[in-house]
Design a protein around this ligand. Structure first.
Ligand code: FAD
Length: 307
């Protein structure tokens, strides 16, 4: 068995593995795909100390750094369940089980998709999910934000400072965002907010996005908007389905609840990064959280090893 097994190979998992291995304990890392969301990122400009880097390049150096230590790396494997027996057992989809005295869950998250025609086709060609990351590409253009929750309205306010105009489309008849955000958005001259709007398709010219279609749910009318970008802000889904049958405590959104040491509700099970209740989902934040969880787990190990 391992002393510490990391589930996930994104920034949080890589940081946890490095911190654990440097303590000289038996460390494993199991991940579906090394690099996580970073592999899907084109340019990164907020990785502190590096003014610019590219996702696959950062993912490669994460992997190289982990490999400098004796970490047992297992990729192309998906965790399917967790059981707290004498050890913490991680059951893989393949049927195998990995046992460890402690575990760091770092399975990250994924953006919720609209699931309408054109979305997948124009992904990275006008369809975007991260305003912090892709906003500047739409400078001086018209864009839409789909979703009128806090992240949608925050995105609209953020984008309004860069782009020419932002239309927010919300499916429900009321907006769920905080009042203070809505007030701020309404004060900005280049934001329009449309409620009761069901986005039906992303339109394009074959090369990039040039519009969007929606149905006014009150009247049934189909409406088309001309624009260059569509930011989908309907939620970030944590990759925690495999914990559903376990006692790992999660919030309503499926985020793993952790304390300031990264500890979950199960002794010896720690968590870090986008899969947790951490309020901001970013690379540097996930790395710090991964280090915290590994140190938390190490502290647990040295306290529980006196038998
Ligand atoms: P992830 O990166 O999501 O990694 C999760 C890991 O867990 C992966 O290895 C995955 O394969 C694995 N995994 C998932 N489920 C299982 C399972 N059941 N079993 C085994 N393994 C599993 N942040 C920035 O700071 N700057 C940016 O410019 C930036 N741009 C972004 C652009 C895009 C397009 C996206 C999608 C995100 C961007 N982010 C950016 C956010 C950043 O990528 C995330 O905050 C960060 O990657 C989270 O790290 P993580 O390790 O928690 O999770």
């Amino acid at each position: 068995p391992y002393d510490l097994l990391v589930v996930g190979g994104g920034p949080a998992g890589a940081a946890a593995a490095i911190y654990a291995a440097r303590k000289g304990i038996r460390t494993g890392l199991v991940a579906e795909r090394f690099g996580g969301q970073v592999m899907d990122t084109v340019g990164i400009e907020n990785f502190i100390s590096m003014p610019f880097t590219e996702g696959p390049k950062l993912a490669a150096s994460l992997e190289q750094h982990v490999k400098e230590y004796g970490v047992d790396i297992i990729t192309d494997q998906r965790a399917a369940n967790l059981q707290r027996n004498e050890m913490v057992d991680i059951e893989l989809q393949s049927g195998a089980t990995l046992s460890s005295r402690t575990v760091v869950l770092a399975t990250g998250a994924r953006w919720r998709e609209l699931g309408v025609p054109g979305e997948a086709e124009y992904r990275t060609r006008g369809v975007a999910y991260c305003p912090h990351c892709d906003g500047p590409f739409f400078k001086g253009k018209r864009v839409a934000v789909i979703g009128g929750g806090n992240s949608g309205i925050e995105a609209a306010i953020d984008l309004a400072g860069i782009v020419e105009h932002v239309t927010v489309l919300e499916f429900a008849d009321t907006l769920r965002a905080d009042e203070v955000l809505l007030r701020k958005a309404k004060l900005m001259h280049n934001i329009d907010i449309i409620a009761n709007a069901q986005t039906t398709e992303v339109l394009g010219d074959g090369d990039k996005v040039n519009g969007l279609g929606y149905t006014d749910r009150a009247t049934g009318e189909s409406i088309k908007l001309e624009l260059a970008g569509v930011f989908v802000q309907i939620g970030l889904v944590p990759n925690t389905d495999f914990l559903k049958e376990t006692n790992v405590e999660m919030n309503r959104m499926g985020e793993i609840i952790i304390d300031e040491r990264g500890a979950t509700s199960i002794p010896g099970v720690y968590a870090a990064g986008d899969a947790t209740t951490v309020p901001f989902k970013q690379i540097v934040i996930s790395m710090g959280a991964g280090a915290t969880a590994a140190l938390g787990a190490f502290d647990y190990l040295i306290r529980s090893s006196v038998e």
